[in-house]
Design a protein around this ligand. Structure first.
Ligand code: DX5
Ligand code: ZN
Length: 221
């Protein structure tokens, strides 16, 4: 049976109480903390950087921190996030001049590495780097904001990515990000995803545990 990962995106958390929010969501059954980094350049929004990641580690967060870089250039921030305690770092291949080098920088720092695919980005960026990939992240919205609706075209892409992973025989997680809710998570899993980012669907509810349990119940069906 697949071990599904639920990764709440703290983009929708209360930033004024971030440590507490992360504690609460992990206590509610989440597996990873999804950490969205936006630079007002690669995407039209500005969020949080390595200092906040480090602050969460200093606060006592031990769960894996899944850093999603929506920044250009990519490489300089990789070192800062490794230093800050990231567990996994993903970036958008279009945002890096040298995709293989960026992946290698992440791996050299002892983190897991992955590429993120926007809705219109083809999967062929994986062609020559698959052996360096631990996670493939399929965007099911255009990056930049939480609370958008799931784009159905992501389902076909998830199926293609699942095929690639299975053919490779490698241990690669297939993550999906954007518009994931209780009522569509099962269909998304059926398309091949095993790791689910959910921001507004979790943080905009009063009872994180009930929401995450409902997601797991859908996945168990
Ligand atoms: C969007 C971010 C997502 C976002 C997901 O650019 O990468 O992680 O926070 O938010 P929801 O789950 O609300 O679509
Ligand atoms: Zn994200």
């Amino acid at each position: 049976m697949t071990d599904f990962v639920i990764a709440p995106s703290i983009l929708s958390a209360d930033f004024a109480r971030l440590g507490e929010e992360v504690d609460n969501v992990i206590a509610a059954g989440a597996d990873w903390v999804h950490f969205d980094v936006m630079d007002n350049h690669y995407v039209p929004n500005l969020t949080i950087g390595p200092m906040v990641c480090k602050a969460l580690r200093n606060y006592g967060v031990t769960a894996p921190i899944d850093v999603h870089l929506m920044v250009s250039p990519v490489d300089r921030l990789i070192g800062d996030f490794i230093e800050a305690g990231a567990s996994l770092i993903t970036f958008h291949p279009e945002a890096s001049d040298h995709v293989d080098r960026s992946l290698q920088l992440i791996k050299d720092g002892g983190c897991k590495a992955g590429l993120v695919f926007n809705p219109a980005t083809p999967l062929h960026y994986l062609d020559y780097v698959l052996e360096k990939i631990d996670v493939i992240l399929i965007m099911s919205v255009n990056p930049g904001f939480g609370g958008q609706s799931f784009l159905p075209s992501a389902l076909e892409k998830l199926k293609e990515a699942r095929k690639l992973i299975d053919q490779s025989g490698r241990d690669i997680r297939l993550e999906v990000d954007g518009g994931v809710k209780i009522d569509n998570i099962r269909e998304i899993a059926e398309a091949g995803a095993d790791s689910f980012v959910a921001g507004s669907a979790i943080f905009n509810t009063d009872d994180y545990q009930a929401t995450i349990s409902a997601m797991r119940a859908e996945l168990a069906q």
